[in-house]
Design a binder for this molecule. Structure first.
Ligand SMILES: [Ca+2]
Length: 506
């Protein structure tokens, strides 16, 4: 039986009585009193420019923008594997995918039985909990195993549903009424109401939006109806000079099935379908972000009201980016810019500069865990791969920082048929390597070709750049203990018949 939101809130209130054994908590009272609270906000598939603070002129996100204007916005933030579950596990652990073991979403038959995040895995949340934090997780989880080290957790099973979703609250399943984003918002407020007042808290506030299948809240269902979404510059990219791996990826926007029952007739000619799908995709992608923005606003207002804003770190990011028609594609996975770039906003009035846009540091999802631990005054384990962003956040201009990073992707063969690849990105260059048979390379000069349409790999005049970047990639792999074969290896079960396989396993 479905519960109303009000009934569900009441039932969930009982969860506030669940507590850890106090003997497990070691820190001094003095530390606990001074430690900042943490609100980690994450959306699903939100690309770096899908907020007005980053220059979007159609989508207005005043509440998300507030985090940027009252803190730091990193214009060059990236994920190290542009796929939901691997990126989420990376954020929690501060480790690359190959090290935490969640290398795929579970798509593709060979991955169906993967256990997800290891329950014994140390995360920034488990470290904060051991240091005396009250911890909570609300919304999208997607890591298969039961959430660990959360005093309170209320999550969607799997991908979750947009309307009247089922949720699991500390192990108890229930069905709630309403839009998923509003339910996450309600749960966030309920958490703030019920939290113990004598301990700092860490809340993971994780939205389903703007993930497929983009079902907006009723109040936004007609927003943008009269807007014509402009086509991206590379919408008609014929992929000349690019690898077979890209041609065989099943991500063509013309073929996406999602809007067949929302006005895109599958019998239309491909060009017409492609243009119509783009309009539907972008409008609905933006519509679901409007309800995220509102519910971010509700939480920020509650922090203000409770006098918590000054000593609370609010960090906002996404698990990966998304193609909205670039190269004629949708989805993510590939190491191109729209897929690997994410929003990264940090507000912490007590310590972090206000209204700063950082354009000179490449920050990564792997950096989130060490950053939050350092800000909380909890030692950062030496095994974490990421770096604390605190020196940048606190304006230490000359602090040493990375000038290159490693990217990796593993979910193949699986839905969307994107072959395994890894690569290295610097401020100017990107080298991509599909390392299994048939081995393929891509090289882009991001300074002169930001749209990544001119593949320079194989050109004699760039042979030295390729050699240097290959050496750089080898060093970066060594630094993070990536001992996977450098390739090529045989492909066991190739896909790539041009059919979009849809949603994959639950
Ligand atoms: Ca995602």
């Amino acid at each position: 039986m479905a519960l109303s939101r009000r009934e569900a809130l009441k039932a969930l209130g009982a969860l506030a009585t669940l507590r850890l054994d106090p003997k497990a908590l070691a820190p001094s009272r003095a530390h606990r009193a001074a430690a900042p609270n943490i609100v980690f906000i994450m959306t699903d598939d939100q690309r770096h420019d899908a907020l007005s603070a980053a220059g979007n002129t159609i989508l207005r996100t005043p509440n998300i923008d507030r985090i940027a204007s009252e803190g730091v916005r990193f214009a060059d933030a990236f994920v190290t594997n542009a796929l939901c579950a691997p990126s989420r596990a990376t954020i929690l652990t501060g480790l690359y995918s190959h090290a935490h073991g969640v290398i795929t979403n579970g798509g593709g038959p060979q991955y169906y039985n993967q256990p997800g995040l290891r329950t014994e895995q140390t995360t920034f949340v488990s470290l904060l909990q051991s240091a005396g934090y009250h911890t909570a997780l609300i919304g999208k989880w997607h890591l298969r195993s039961e959430p660990q080290a959360f005093d309170r957790w209320v999550v969607f099973p799997g991908q979750g549903a947009y309307h009247d979703p089922e949720m699991i609250a500390n192990g108890v399943r229930m069905k709630l009424r309403g839009h998923a984003d509003d339910i996450v918002g309600d749960q966030g407020l309920l958490f703030l109401r019920d939290r113990p007042r004598d301990r700092p808290f860490c809340l993971l506030y994780q939205f389903k939006s703007p993930h497929r299948a983009w079902m907006p809240a009723e109040r936004f269902a007609r927003t943008y109806e009269d807007v014509e979404i402009p086509l991206p510059r590379t919408f008609e990219d014929k992929l000349a000079g690019r690898p077979e791996a890209l041609r065989r990826a099943e991500m063509a926007i013309a073929d996406m099935p999602d809007f067949r029952d929302r006005g895109v007739d599958p019998s239309l000619p491909p060009d017409e379908r492609k243009r119509l799908n783009l309009q539907h995709l972008v409008k609905n992608y933006y519509r679901v972000l409007l309800s995220v923005d509102e519910n971010v606003g509700r939480l920020l207002e509650a922090l203000d009201r409770d006098g918590l804003a000054e000593n609370t770190i609010v960090i906002y990011t996404s698990d990966n980016g998304f193609f909205l028609g670039e190269h004629g594609l949708f989805d993510k996975r590939l190491m191109y810019e729209p897929s690997i770039r994410v929003p990264m906003l940090v507000r912490f009035p007590a310590r972090v500069r206000r209204g700063t846009v950082d354009r000179s540091h490449m920050t990564l999802n792997v950096d989130v865990a060490p950053t939050l631990l350092e800000l909380a005054g909890v030692p950062v384990p030496g095994w974490m791969h990421g770096r604390s962003m605190v020196p940048i956040l606190t304006g230490q201009a000359n602090a040493p920082w990375r000038d290159a990073f490693l990217y990796e992707y593993y979910e193949y063969p699986a839905e969307h048929c994107v072959r395994k690849h890894r690569g290295v990105r610097t401020a100017r260059w990107k080298l991509m390597h599909f390392w299994e048979h048939p081995e393929e390379w891509e090289l882009y000069d991001l300074a002169n070709d930001p749209d990544e349409v001119n593949n320079l790999a194989g050109r004699r005049e760039h042979a030295r750049t390729v050699r240097e970047l290959r050496a750089r990639m080898a060093t970066l792999r060594e630094e993070v203990g990536d001992a996977d074969p450098p390739g090529p290896a045989p492909v066991a079960a190739p896909c790539g018949n041009g059919v979009n396989t849809g949603y994959g396993p639950p």
